[in-house]
Structures are given as structure tokens and as C-alpha cells.
Design a protein around this ligand. Structure first.
Ligand SMILES: NC(=O)c1ccc[n+]([C@@H]2O[C@H](COP(=O)([O-])OP(=O)(O)OC[C@H]3O[C@@H](n4cnc5c(N)ncnc54)[C@H](OP(=O)(O)O)[C@@H]3O)[C@@H](O)[C@H]2O)c1
Length: 296
């Protein structure tokens, strides 16, 4: 039997051993603190991922930092002895696998991988206009197929590329966890979020399925759904963002709730709970409420 098949058989055997959560209690195995834990943060050069990486280093974890901009990753690592910089582009699967090898060679595996990398492009189903061969923006967020595909390349296919590198390590270990950052924009269709929201809805569904497959193998799966967080991504927004959070607070809540064994980490609760309620409404009420709340 090949080694890969042996590993799969061992994982399946372990699946029967891993105690599954009951009606109460955390959906993932809780763990006591991050000290000495090996955490790979993908999307750690700025924004929420950088705040998570800094927080982890402060909590005594060993942290591998990945994203495209190596100089920024090094600045976040700040020369810390427990930090490891492994640049990658999530849209380039070979670079993701190469970074995973760097992390594995240094640490022999990892306890948690957090896929934070993502991008945002506003888009509406409004048509632009071409004048003299040039694309004229009637609405800053008009429909553009090339930009839609670009966004999916990072937010959806990029995450799948990361999972392709993370999964073999976790499966071989039969322990550890993976967290995927989606967004509350994936709960319901929101204006200007035509493609961003779709990419995040896909990630929510994907992570739910991932939980069903990996949790029985003793592997933790975490779905992270932030509301509005003050980062370079949201600093481009031209509207008032309700319940805007600091990236440092988002990082703290994310790490605390993962350590407590949550499946879904969402914040700030005073905003996300309303959106959860909205998601449960019949479409007639939900669509009207979105229109009323956003004025779009
Ligand atoms: N901020 C919010 O309000 C908010 C709300 C809900 C969900 N989110 C989600 O949270 C995540 C982080 O958001 P943020 O606000 O921190 O965004 P951000 O400030 O724009 O940071 C994005 C991070 O992703 C990395 N990244 C982007 N494209 C990449 C690529 N092709 N390959 C590798 N890394 C890439 C960036 O690094 P490089 O440029 O160096 O590659 C950076 O580290 C995203 O998935 C976002 O959708 C954010």
C-alpha cells in the first residue's frame, strides 16, 4: 500500500476515535493558550492578518507570516525570534506549496493555519460605458467581468490553493486546525457586494463542509466572519460603516474564540447578530430590510 493510502487509512481509523461534540459545549476542541504553538497566518502583511500575527507573537506562539509583500511581512515580524517569513501569492498554487514546505521544514508541521488573505472590489449590476475604446465609469462599481474573475481568483481560488497545501499536513498529523476568514457579507446579498459577497458566501459553505469532513478526524475547523474592521481594505469605503472595529480587537476576539473551541467566530456581535437575524427572515422581508437599511 502506498504511503498516501496508508495515511488516508490511518486518518479514517482515527475518525472513529475522535469524540464528536454533543448538543452543548464547543464545536471544536478547545485548547489552553497559544504559548509555543505553531501558527501559519496567510495574509499577514497588513490589516487583520497582521494584527493576528502580532497578537500571536505577544501570546508566545511561533508564527509563520505569509503574503506577497515580503518587506511588510518582515516589518510585522519585527525580528522576533519566533517569527518565520514565508512569502507567497495565494493565486499561485506553486508559491503556496513552496511556502508550506518552508514552514514544514522549520517546524515539522503546524498546529493552526489561518487563511486571512482576501481582497475587496465594489461591484454592482450597473453597466459602464465605452467611449473611444476607453472604459468610462458611470458608477465606480459598475459590472466588469475581468474584475469579477480577479476577485474570485484571490478570495475563492486563492483560499482553495491554501487548503491544497494545508490539508495534507493536518491529515497526516491527525491534529491541528484550519481557520478561514470569510465575511458577514456572505450571509445575505448586499449592495455593491455583487462578487465580494458571492465569494464570501462560497467560503462559508465551503468551511461548513470542511468541518463535516475534518472534525471527525480530530482536526479543528474555524469559520471567521468579521463585520466592519478598520484596515486598508475598508479605508477605501465611501459610506459610514456601522460598528467599525479596530484590527487589534478583531485579532483578539478571533484568537480567544478559536482557543475556546468556537466553530464560527463573528464580530462585533452587536452588528453580526442583526445580520444573522436578517439571514433567517423570509426573502420578502429580508430583501426589503436590506433595501431600507442601505438605501440601495
Ligand atoms: N476589514 C473588514 O472590515 C473585513 C470584513 C469582513 C471580512 N474581511 C476579510 O478579512 C480578510 C482580511 O481583510 P483586511 O481587512 O485585513 O484586508 P487588507 O487590509 O486588504 O489585508 C489583506 C491581506 O491579504 C493579503 N493578500 C491580498 N491578496 C493576496 C494574494 N494574492 N496573495 C497573498 N496574500 C494576499 C495582503 O497582503 P499582500 O498585499 O502583501 O499580498 C494582506 O496581508 C479578507 O479576507 C477580508 O475579505 C475583512
Amino acid at each position: 500500500m502506498s504511503t498516501a493510502l496508508q495515511r488516508q487509512a490511518a486518518a479514517r481509523a482515527r475518525a472513529h476515535d475522535a469524540p464528536m461534540p454533543g448538543l452543548f459545549g464547543p464545536l471544536n476542541p478547545p485548547f489552553a493558550g497559544y504559548r509555543g504553538r505553531r501558527v501559519w497566518v496567510i495574509g499577514a502583511s497588513y490589516g487583520i492578518g497582521a494584527a493576528i500575527a502580532r497578537d500571536l507573537l505577544g501570546r508566545g506562539a511561533r508564527v509563520a507570516l505569509s503574503a506577497r509583500k515580503e518587506a511588510l511581512l518582515r516589518a510585522v515580524a519585527g525580528g522576533h525570534g519566533d517569527a518565520l517569513v514565508a512569502p507567497l501569492d495565494v493565486t499561485d498554487v506553486a508559491s503556496v506549496h513552496a511556502a508550506a514546505k518552508v514552514v514544514e521544514r522549520a517546524w515539522g508541521g503546524f498546529d493552526l493555519a489561518l487563511v486571512v488573505a482576501g481582497t475587496h472590489i465594489e461591484m454592482r449590476a450597473h453597466l459602464g460605458m465605452t467611449v473611444g475604446g476607453r472604459d468610462v465609469e458611470l458608477d465606480a462599481a459598475h459590472w466588469n467581468l475581468a474584475r469579477a474573475r480577479q476577485l474570485l481568483e484571490v478570495n475563492l481560488h486563492g483560499v482553495l490553493n491554501c487548503v491544497d497545501a494545508i490539508l495534507p499536513v493536518l491529515t497526516r498529523q491527525g491534529s491541528g486546525g484550519i481557520g478561514i476568514v470569510s465575511s458577514v457579507a456572505g450571509y445575505v446579498g448586499l449592495p455593491r457586494s455583487l462578487i465580494y459577497g458571492a465569494s464570501k458566501a462560497a467560503l462559508i459553505n465551503f468551511t461548513e463542509s470542511l468541518y463535516g469532513d475534518l472534525r471527525p478526524q480530530g482536526i479543528g475547523v474555524y469559520l471567521i466572519n468579521p463585520g466592519f474592521v478598520d484596515t486598508p481594505l475598508t479605508q477605501k469605503n465611501r459610506f459610514a460603516m456601522p460598528a467599525l472595529m479596530r484590527a487589534e480587537d478583531a485579532a483578539r476576539v478571533t484568537l480567544d474564540e478559536i482557543a475556546a473551541g468556537a466553530f464560527e467566530v463573528h464580530y462585533p456581535k452587536r452588528f453580526t447578530r442583526w445580520l444573522k437575524l436578517l439571514r433567517m427572515l423570509p426573502y420578502r422581508l429580508q430583501l426589503a430590510a436590506v433595501r431600507r437599511a442601505t438605501g440601495a
